[in-house]
Structure formats: structure tokens, C-alpha cells
Ligand binder design. Sequence first.
Ligand code: ZN
Length: 325
Amino acid sequence: MSQLDAALDAKIRTYIGRRVGPFNAWNAVSRPLVWQWCSAMGDNNPLYLDDAGVTAPPTSLQMWTMRDVNGDYGPGSTDVHPFEVLDVLEAEGYSGVVAADYDQTYHRYVTEGEQLLHFTTIVEISELKSTGLGDGYFVTELAEFFVGDDCVGEARVTYFKYRPPEDPTGPGAKQDTGGDANSMAVLRTHPVENHDSKHYWQGLRDGKLLIQKCSSCETMRHPPLPMCSECQSLEWGTVESKGVGTLHSYTVMHYPHIPPFDYPNMICLVDLDDGVRIVSQMVEVKPDQLEIGMRVEAVLTEVQDGLVLPLFKPASSNPTSASEA
Ligand code: ZN
């Protein structure tokens, strides 16, 4: 470890045990908010919205004291930055972050009208670790949730704050897999190719997007599966898709930058005209040009040696409406 690294190592350890708070909830537990949570989660447990009263689902613990859209905590909260140690690491090049572990412990139910607050403490920082993502530190935070002086639950969250390898290729470029033993290139995980799925991956390598079709009831299905979910038949064939469809939905991931993906990463759901939905990535388009319902077409792209993926771009000749005329 260099002197600089040793200094950083010593500095981040001064944060261990520093307890920061309170971070106050914007709103008390209420029927509309619990209803909204249950509705979003599909949780129909009758306990939570009983006629006699409202109980917050335990797994909503962290939600109550979250920051608002402007990044502010509820009135009366401390101004002290709860995650300064992560910023310190960030400033030294450990810019990547992933959540590695999350444990919640519930001490009692929280009910209608109760107002939560939390305190947070960095309880553990690992030695410098080398991982597939890069070198970094596992930082564990303990959040304690209170109603008044009553601790109602706790959450332990471990983040991995890491130094991403230097961008080996730049956006949009293919990975260099030229066998350089010192290459820092992080590759995509190669999909499993087995009896049920090899046709799909081999088809892509052959320049064909093959979609499974049940031989008994003719239902199309994707991703590849051994059995038809409609009629349970194990007999199937494939149809070569034209790769044309409609953008059903999308999300644009900006941060954190996890190799080997390009950023902003436009993750899309495409409804192929063949009647199946496929998860992929939009290319040759800017995020603000994406529009749900736009016509798209597949571009079979060798993203790294031996791995061809059907990425999608705006259709060249189609209007944005899903006109079949
Ligand atoms: Zn079938």
C-alpha cells in the first residue's frame, strides 16, 4: 500500500462509529401512504389496512424517513451529511458503488399517526479488497429507526465503494478480448447455452433472431423455455423473427457506471411483432429521443467475441405510431 493509500485508509476509519441524525420523516404513517405502498408492492395483507387501524408494512421501514425529490430530509433533521465517508472515497477515485448486502430487523409494528426518524452510523469498513468490479472498500451503515425514544427497527446496509477500471474501450466500442493477460476489460457474463437455449444464441451468431413456437398450440414464447406455458407441450420449433417491434417501455441508467455497459444505458422492453416481449438495449438513439410506442428494429451486434445480442434502434422506415398499414 502506497503512502497515499495508507493515508486514505486511515482517514476513512475515522468515520467508524460516528453517529449522525436525526433524519426526520416528512409524513406520519397514514392510510393513504400505506395504501400506496401496498398497492405498488401488490401486498394485500389485511393487517395493514384494517378497518380498525393502519399498520405500516415492516418492509416499508426505510421509506418513511427518505429524502424528498429535492434531496431534503423532513423538518428538524440534522444538516450533517450522513455518507461523508463515501464522498471521501469518491474524491479519491473510488467512484463506483453497489449495494452488497441489506438486512432489516423489526422490533415492533409502526401504526397510523406515528412519525419516524432515524440515526445512521458507519459501523464497519473492510480492508481494501480486490473484486471483479475493481478494488474497493465494503462500508457498512447501521440505520436505527425510532418513534420518539422507541427503537422500532434497524437496517444494516453494506455498500461496496470501488475504483472502476479505466474505461477500456470508450462508449459504444466493443470489448478488446485479444488475450492480453493484463487487460482490465470487464466482459459481459456469457449466457448459459444448454439444450433449451443453444438454438437462440447460435441463431444470433448465424445472424438470425429465432423465437420459439409451440408445435402443439402455436404459442410463441421468449426467453427460451423447455415447456409451453399454455399447453405444457415439450414439442417446439423456431420462427425467424424480422426483429421489428414496438418500444413497450424503457429505463435509462446513468449511474453507477458498471463495466462493461455503455452509459447512459438505455434498457428497453420491446414487443416484437411476433408476439413476444424481449429485454434489450437501445442503440443509435439518444435517451431523450426514446418514446414509448415507437417502432424499433433489431441490430444483431457482436458485443464481444462469440456473443451476439439483438440490440434495438429506431426503425428506419416506420412512423412512430404502430401503424400496420
Ligand atoms: Zn403450447
